[in-house]
Design a protein around this ligand. Structure first.
Ligand code: NAD
Length: 362
């Protein structure tokens, strides 16, 4: 297949890790005979330096003309004192909005080779952790109106509105059910319907939508219980479907218990246009330019790009298998280093994965 991929390296370690992600995509392209064309555009602090704004119009155009967007990270102390509209982080929020990305998919998995880094008790970790949080990204209390601050009975009062309409719930529910079809076929919808009206509507619409997916097992859990279950026995979860606020918190919780921030990829999908694929970590300014960053989260985001953005599951499987083999062969960047393993830098880790993409048995 021919595909055009827009690269947004951004700041800090962004360019280093994305270079390794691109090398892995090229290796998969070669192995499976695809023609990937890469175009690059500015975002974040790099764009501020070049043009005065974190998301130039040219960047949005290049993204919209592509089949997928591959993103590094933005931000750093150099731009921290700029006014809000010019902050590098506005670049990522802006591109998500411009591409209409309403679904955020964050897998949290525990590679057996890295089980030692897991924050859970060994017997719990031994049961495995391989789940994906499907979080709604454009609604909920973060965007609901009215919101604001005012004096009520002489007291400063702040208020936000938790709000979803049925169409917003239906489309994210479909993403979760479709995602489960490619996995273990289980969706757990998370809300707080014992207390919140928004959650009662959420549950109702999720149940209606479920009728289109009779092959998928649906369960419901309150968010407070989910937070507990994630540390008590995360192996029970396959796909967690939830709103913007609860998803923000639960996806971070699920990520941190794996113990390896540099390992976790993510995807944000819209309705038909290009999706955006990025590691969940930030620009790590403390190690930028030192060839110390772990590129595996970015490489695994590239696998998500192939699977969800370009519908190339076999190619995605190949990259994921190559990452697992690289870990099994003992290669470690500093953030996941353990005694007895081989310490490598960002570029060498990327090269080790690429070598395995070429020769791993499919
Ligand atoms: P961070 O994720 O950048 O770094 C947290 C810690 O993890 C640091 O010690 C860093 O060295 C380490 N780390 C992160 N990724 C790593 C990797 N791939 N390999 C090895 N170590 C890694 O979070 P932060 O320090 O809170 O934020 C730094 C900057 O990144 C800020 O400007 C923040 O706004 C920005 N940020 C951007 C995004 C994004 O672009 N999507 C997300 C989060 C934070």
């Amino acid at each position: 297949m021919d595909a055009r991929i827009c690269l947004l390296p951004g700041d800090g370690i962004g360019p280093e890790i994305l270079a390794q992600g691109v090398a892995a995509l090229k290796a998969a392209g070669q192995r499976f005979h695809h023609e990937f064309t890469f175009v690059e555009a500015l975002i974040g602090g790099a764009a501020v330096d070049a043009s005065g704004e974190p998301l130039p119009a040219e960047t949005v155009t290049r993204c919209l003309e592509s089949n997928a967007v591959y993103f590094g990270a933005v931000g750093g102390p150099k731009w921290d004192s700029l006014p809000r509209a010019q902050r590098p982080e506005r670049g990522i929020l802006g591109i998500r909005k411009a591409l209409g990305l309403f679904a955020n998919l964050r897998p949290a998995m525990l590679f057996p080779e890295l089980a030692g880094a897991c924050l859970l008790r060994a017997d719990i970790a031994a049961r495995g952790l391989d789940l994906i949080v499907v979080r709604e990204l454009t609604g909920d209390v973060y965007f609901g109106e009215p919101r604001g601050r005012e004096l009520r009975d002489g007291l400063r009062t702040g208020f936000d509105t938790m709000l979803y309409n049925e169409e917003e719930v239906r489309r994210i529910a479909r993403v979760a059910f479709e995602t489960a079809r490619g996995r273990r076929g289980k969706v757990c919808s998370v809300e707080k319907s014992n207390v919140l009206e928004t959650s009662r509507l959420w549950r109702e619409v999720v149940e209606e939508t479920h009728r289109e997916y009779p092959d998928i097992e649906l369960s419901h859990l309150y968010v407070d219980n989910t937070a507990m279950q994630l540390v008590r026995d995360p192996s029970q979860f396959d796909v967690i479907l939830t709103g913007n606020l609860f998803g923000d918190i639960l996806s971070d919780e699920a990520a941190v218990i794996t113990g390896s921030l540099g390992m976790l990829p993510s995807a944000s999908l819209g309705a038909g246009g290009p999706g955006l694929f990025e590691p969940i970590h930030g620009s790590a300014p403390d190690i930028a330019g030192e060839d110390k960053a772990n590129p595996l989260a970015t490489i695994l985001s590239g696998a998500m790009l192939l699977r969800l953005g370009l519908r190339l599951p076999e190619e995605a499987d190949c990259i994921e298998a190559a990452v697992r083999r690289t870990l099994a062969d003992g290669f470690r960047t500093a953030d996941i280093m353990e005694p007895g393993k081989t310490l490598v830098g960002c570029a060498a880790m990327g090269a080790a994965v690429c070598e395995r993409i070429h020769r791993i048995r499919g």
